[in-house]
Design a protein. Structure first.
Length: 195
């Protein structure tokens, strides 16, 4: 009689055993651009830590810290065993979006609380850089603050990584809570089909 095998008896094949060059590339890119993230090999692997508050090539706006605080987004980036063909999930930890924000695409948060950083899954080719996703997540943090202060009514389609159209808001302190001062960029509650 043959004994039945349990998952503990088998050695699982991880994505990085099949794609060691991709693991090396991700490690090089992430540690160079996001040194505060730590690799965790459990499961399919993840990176956890805090992103820089302004990792973009243009100058940091003068009052950015009055909008988002001194630190950038705290997150966890989770791989699946289907990586690199399937993009990793980026989950914000601080700030953590409110559950009602998970159901409205204008916040760019999926129903499982992960960030929606690609307009459609087909935009991830498997050759893309995860560092680009992390830059978008850092930009999401800034747009999230603008949303919470009601300066904008929905996040941009492509993010603010290379788009400085909201920088002028961040160059002055936010309006006091309850203020009716709104931007001319606001939209009339249209839902963004991006997520």
């Amino acid at each position: 009689m043959t004994a039945a095998h349990t998952p503990d008896d088998r050695t699982l094949t991880t994505w990085w055993m099949c794609e060691p060059r991709r693991l090396h590339r991700d490690h090089e890119e992430i540690t160079a651009q996001f040194p505060d993230l730590s690799w965790n090999e459990a499961g399919a692997g993840s990176w956890e830590g805090r992103l820089p508050r302004w990792p973009f090539e243009r100058p940091e706006p003068e009052h950015l810290t009055t909008w988002i605080g001194d630190e950038g987004l705290l997150l966890r980036m989770e791989y699946s065993q289907a990586y690199p063909m399937v993009a990793p999930r980026l989950i914000p930890v601080d700030p953590l979006p409110e559950p009602y924000e998970w159901t409205q695409t204008r916040w760019h948060v999926n129903g499982d609380a992960s960030l929606c950083l690609l307009r459609e899954d087909a935009l991830w080719t498997g050759r893309d850089s995860v560092a680009d996703l992390l830059l978008k997540a850092a930009g999401w943090r800034v747009e999230y603050a603008l949303m919470k202060h009601r300066v904008i009514e929905q996040m941009t389609d492509n993010g603010i990584v290379d788009d400085g159209r909201f920088d002028h808001y961040l160059s002055r302190p936010p309006s006091p809570p309850g203020s009716t001062e709104h931007s001319h960029h606001e939209r009339s509650g249209q839902e963004d089909p991006a997520c």
